[in-house]
Design a protein around this ligand. Sequence first.
Ligand SMILES: *Cc1c(COP(=O)(O)O)cnc(C)c1O
Length: 393
Amino acid sequence: MMMKTATTPGRFGEFGGRYVPETLVPALDELEAAFDRLWNDDDFRAELDMLLLDYVGRPTPLYHASRFSERCGGATVYLKREDLAHTGSHKLNNALGQALLARALGKTRLIAETGAGQHGVATATAAALLGLPCQVYMGRTDMKRQRLNLIRMELLGAEVIPVDSGAKTLKDATSQAIRDWMGSYRDTHYVIGSCVGPHPYPLMVRTFQSVIGVEARRQILEQHGELPDGLVACVGGGSNAIGLFHPFIDDDIPMVGVEAAGAGLASGRHSASLVGGRAGVLHGSYSFLLQDDDGQVAPTHSIAAGLDYPGVGPEHAWLQATGRARYVSVTDDEASAAYSALAKTEGIIPALESSHALAYAMSWGRELGPDGVLLVNLSGRGDKDVVRDDDDG
Ligand SMILES: *Cc1c(COP(=O)(O)O)cnc(C)c1O
């Protein structure tokens, strides 16, 4: 398969770039230069690799889920077990990389945005590990519906700052974190939690998360002897998906990103930015997003708080435009059915986010039949989803 390459730095085709106030340009330039230098620095990479191994618990296993496979039309399903990474999801791969980068840059404070709280927990964890103070912006609505992660962040020594603007969810927390950073970047690093935002964030987050795909590609070749018939990952901002996909990009296999269709695409209550949105600018980057007829960012809904975001990383918009990856959506009900199916067949409670990928594997597997082989990214564990007190959507 021939790949068109995006040549302009910071652009994926027409997508990406930097749509930020002038004041942030020096901060982004500094970050871009530091990332270029440190990613090629042996000492930096050795420290990151050591921590990924001994602290995060990598490599995470690739597991052949044979009883769940029966629910997928008998197709062979392998799960990349990011749920077993420290703090329970893929988020720490990125937060740790960025925290090490911040320390190397001489920054003395970390800030982050969080929705479901998983990225806030990962950043608070990395901050505790490196002895850096940490403040996390979180919408008041999310603080109520993700209480467990709120408590975890505080236990880890982070300060959670409530955000009361807008719908009081992830989009509003992100805007608030950007505002903080505009006034604080000289001593503060803003740890963005997904492959979104202005250049160099999408590229940097993809690079830190690519450890998922690098391991998975090696593991499937070792365990199965050949590449699978397809890759599946859920897409909120898109970081676990791009981390899995990127190392397979030159392989001739289909890659499918699964967005949240919420109450159904037709209901308008969903978070499917690529499937149901249009191109526009959000949080410093040109990509797809959910917007109304006037171009205002539309309200979103998903049963999975980590997918409840109106934007998506620009590289996914490009992969969709070039056809190298395909994007589909799965409803709340379909994701809930897959959540319980994996728990009952495998003894693994998946995150509701990851359950969207599992639900699509169930239908894709039925199309492929018993000869099919799918590799699904299990982006996180579902402990956080067992008690859901206040899901107002
Ligand atoms: C945050 C999160 C997601 C969504 O974020 P991406 O950047 O799209 O990966 C998916 N799964 C889990 C478990 C998460 O915590």
